[in-house]
Design a protein around this ligand. Structure first.
Ligand code: BGC
Length: 485
């Protein structure tokens, strides 16, 4: 395998570099606990391509991406970065980058082309080969069962509006536990529940430079609040039933969600503002993390929802609140900055100023302190056994130079800043066990298409040539020294 790194970007480990959290002579930069994981993440539809290969069924994204006008520049995941066929090369690149954990997602319709019924062994075999390749490379595999690519056959029967989808998910989860659980020890159930529920079933309005922008995901429905609340309930139920069904097959698996943490960040660190941030964070996550981690819907949610509250049973809550081994959360931005307030809500949102710095996506304010406050507030609110940051990262205006390099200095700055904040949380005994950068490779950024590049590795989408960016060299140096460089 060729050396993917440009020697100018990376100082080869020499005698004065040491592994595993030991400092270089004279270095004062922070280091992480011994077992800390330096991971990267991807998702099936964004990278795999081969939408019909080996008996795969259609997902809602295969359908949605072909609806004219939905995707920027008409981009689709039909080829993506051709990872389905190039996975060996991709694993080799990750190995060379110093990655020691990889979060990939499994495409449900590769395993169950019709969502339920007879599994497709060839689909399972692909992930089995990927896992073997990762283990051979010394990379710990972390599987995500659902990164938004619902089998179209299930959508045709009501999708997440139907309670049966939650049961179908649990059945799929138990098959994966049986087939891959001998080698994959950690599984995340569903990715970013709040986002796929809301953006997929009514669209979410976000403020960009003071203007409202609507973000939509497949299947692109416009449902009522009551219907969306029922969809939310089926999503958390799917999580809970999957935890139960996987444990029934293999009690030794380590399980949790990979949700998105909607964080209220105290604008200034005072005790009153921190309390306000806690109240806000609990409220922002009441339909998702809060019910998963407490086993009940908060009274304030049910009262405020009134007639629109979801229909559920006590048995549902018991499943949803199944004990977890860890909580995975994707953290990019605060939901808002907050300050204390005397009103009934208990917090006031402080809008970000129009000149607040931004990363490459329109929604992405540069607020690295959310990587400190998010884990800290999760810890004080719900006391999870362990936390994984299942995604953070940024898009950047990457350019391949004539010398074949991508000098993404902004991404390096971003990663250094978020890791410093995460380090602060860990140094205060918040049990964060690892961080997965989004993303290993440039890929299909959903409706944003291929123009929004999040990778540590640049991909030329025409030739499929992979080129590690400067940020990949930063990642390698940091992971090998287990510290912030
Ligand atoms: C998702 C990824 C996505 C990333 C950047 C997360 O919401 O899980 O699939 O590409 O953010 O937008």
């Amino acid at each position: 395998m060729s050396n993917y790194f440009d020697s100018r970007d990376f100082v080869k480990l020499a005698g004065n570099h040491v592994q595993s959290g030991k400092k270089m002579p004279g270095a004062t930069l922070p280091t992480f606990p011994e077992q800390f994981l330096w991971g990267v993440a991807t998702a099936a539809y964004q990278i795999e391509g081969s939408p019909d290969a080996d008996g795969k069924g259609k997902s809602i994204w295969d359908t949605y991406a072909h609806i004219p006008g939905k995707m920027k520049n008409g981009d689709t995941g039909d080829v993506a970065i051709d990872h389905y066929r190039r996975y060996k090369e991709d694993v080799a690149i990750m190995k060379e980058m110093g990655v020691n954990a990889y979060r990939f997602s499994i495409s449900w319709p590769r395993i169950f082309p019709n969502g339920v019924g007879k599994p497709n062994q060839k689909g399972v075999d692909f992930y089995s080969r990927l896992v073997d390749e990762l283990l051979k490379a010394g990379i710990e595999p972390f599987g995500t069962l659902y990164h938004w690519d619902l089998p179209q056959a299930l959508q045709d029967k009501g999708g997440w509006q139907s309670r049966d989808t939650a049961q179908a998910f649990a059945d799929y989860a138990s098959l994966i536990a049986e087939q891959l659980g001998d080698r994959v020890k950690h599984f995340f159930t569903l990715n970013e529940l709040q986002n796929f529920v809301d953006m997929g079933h009514r669209g979410t309005e976000i403020k960009v430079q003071g203007k409202d922008v609507r973000i939509e995901l497949a299947p692109g429905l416009q449902l009522s609040t009551a219907q969306v609340n029922q969809v939310s309930h089926h999503a958390v139920l799917a999580h809970g039933l999957a935890v139960q069904s996987m444990r029934a097959i293999r009690p030794d698996l380590l399980l949790g969600p990979a949700d998105v943490l909607f964080t209220g960040v105290p604008i200034i660190d005072t005790p009153a503002n921190v309390r306000a941030a806690e109240i806000a964070t609990k409220k922002y996550n009441e339909r998702f993390l809060d019910v998963m981690l407490t086993g009940k819907y908060s009274d304030s949610y049910l009262q405020a929802a009134g007639q629109d509250a979801p229909k559920f049973t006590e048995a549902d809550l018991k499943a949803i609140g199944s004990p977890l081994d860890f909580v995975g959360v994707n953290i990019y931005i605060p939901k808002s900055y907050v300050e204390a307030s005397e009103d009934a809500k208990g917090f006031r949102e402080v809008p970000t100023s129009l000149t607040h710095p931004k990363m490459g996506s329109p929604w992405h304010s540069f607020s690295p302190e959310v990587l400190y406050w998010g884990p800290r507030l999760m810890n004080s609110l719900w006391k999870p056994k362990a936390i994984y940051i299942t995604e953070n990262g940024c898009a950047a205006g990457d350019v391949l130079t004539t010398e074949g390099r991508v000098l993404d200095t902004d991404r390096v700055m971003y990663m250094r800043a978020v890791m410093l904040n995460l380090h602060r949380a860990i140094s205060e005994a918040v049990p964060v066990k690892g961080n997965f950068v989004w993303s290993a490779f440039d890929n299909l950024e959903w409706t944003g298409g291929f123009g929004t590049r999040f990778g540590l590795v640049h991909v030329d989408f025409k030739t499929q040539k992979r080129t590690p960016k400067l940020s990949a060299a930063w990642f390698k140096e940091a992971s090998q020294r287990n510290g912030i460089v």
